[in-house]
Design a protein around this ligand. Sequence first.
Ligand SMILES: [Zn+2]
Length: 618
Amino acid sequence: MDQELDPLWCGAAFGRVNAKFQERLKSIGIETVELGPPYDGAPNTVRMAVSGLDDPHSIAYWAGTSTQEVVKWLNAAPWALSKLALGGYRSTAYPYWQMPAIAVAGNTIEDFCFYFALSRMRERVVWILPSITESVLSGSKDEPKIDNEFHFATALANLARGDSQHHAGLAMTSLSLSDEQLEDVRDRIEHIGFRENLDCRFESPGSLLPSEPLRYLEANNASRPRFVSVPEEGIISLFETPVPKNFNRVNPSKHRWISELSISQYHLPRHSSLGWWMMGSGVTTTKDVRVSSAGPSYFCPHNFIMSGDDVETSVIRPSIKVPQPLEIFEVIAQSASLTCAVSDKGFYADESCRKFGGLSHLTSFLRSHEGRAIGSAFLDKSPSLKGDHSKGFLLDDRRYLDYQALKAAIGDLELTTKTIDDLLRRGVLYRGFVLKCQYCKRTDWFAVGSITDSFTCPRCHSEQIYTSTHWMNGEHPSWFYQLDEIVYQGLSHDMDVPLLALDRLRREANDNLIAVSELRYFDGVNKKPFIESDLNCVVDGILTIGEAKKADRLAKTEKEELAIVTSYLDLANRLGARQLVFATTAEKWRAKTLENTLQILVPGSIRLRILTHAELCG
Ligand SMILES: [Zn+2]
């Protein structure tokens, strides 16, 4: 006699219909038919639950019926009925065909919830029959027979082999079982399936969450986008919520749906505090409003229906605040009882980006030959021989360069002229003269706007008309160029490394990058920041933090390095960041540094990204 199939296992795959619901369906002329034993025998039920619509042909073969009949069964299951008038939408950015099938093992409530949620977020997710896990845990060595477990084992092996739509592969995971226990489960399944070779790998549950989950949207309504521009002040007021179109009557006290917005080129991170900040009010909770993988989403029609059954008037019309990049980090930090502020270095980087017209323009300059040449020429602090002005003047620790000196650094005449013109227009270089006071003999640089035919010495305050005795070389005074102080400060504080790292992430991002400069994070009232994070950005919706260095190591000593990695891990966990980046402009990271980092960041929900010279400067 067939063993009973676990009702929870079946219900999770097909949905359930209780007697009351059956009665109501009957009252509107819909008959319910029971599948499973004794109607068609459990084997088909098991196979349908495992491969479902992915493989109706082999189910039809085993059931001795037509493929169309199997598709009809599956489409009439209660779970399918609950998707009435909905379509499954998959992001084009998600390579679903490369994704392995997933088998979740374990009989705890956590295992079940993980399986159930995951099976709604992506296809080909299976819960290993609870009786199989149970027999592994109890050490049972029962000889296999042709029963539900056998059909499960063969159907799972079939799923793992892939098909014309999917690559082969199976990932096994569990919240309650150890890797050794998972190995036993795999061995047991192979044994039950009479030595079917089950080629599977073991993965942590966190790593299996899809970046772009499957979404069920109202058919023929989702593909009619409406466009709303985000006003300057960042608040979309009283957003007009779309209402369902495919139902003759929508009863606002019974019908529930979620409205979801996506903001073009501004992929916000999924974070519970952000949804509430953007759309929350006195009557909402973090369950009603949230940022999904697509963008801000909210529960409809409203959590308080006052009266009436007109859906158009009952539906919520939220005002949606779109956060500035820094606000995203401030809100998220606050939810972790932290505060954050842009550091000095971050301020220099922001201002430099603004001068160059954005991150991509600034970083392409920093990577260019002329950019590197100009940067090192202005940062050069080496003393000149008396009377030698080929490297300009070093006055008060700042270098001033004339055309000849810049040409010597860049090498090419045409490129030098073009670069100087461009940087003057951007306010990165300023023109002026280097003049020597005839009284106190002090040499200074004077911006062209600050002088007329005469100049005033800043030390002795003597006004004097400048002549060939005041400029020190040539028949005419030459222009000497000053590098903007903010850009100078940025370069001397190595702002180029985090900027190049951010630009690398921007170039790789499918969608876009939201970035702020270096942030200092403070814990409570502590005046000293507990960490300064060089990289703070959102890459395609993934909250990312990280360190950027010129050297090939994080710190001088081993102990300091370990402390840095630990603080970053701590910050990532508190913010809910899912990616940690370590970037260096050195050729590669020191092997021991990598080893230390990996030792602390055991594979888990935080992805580690290593960047080196080739990625940053290439
Ligand atoms: Zn003077």
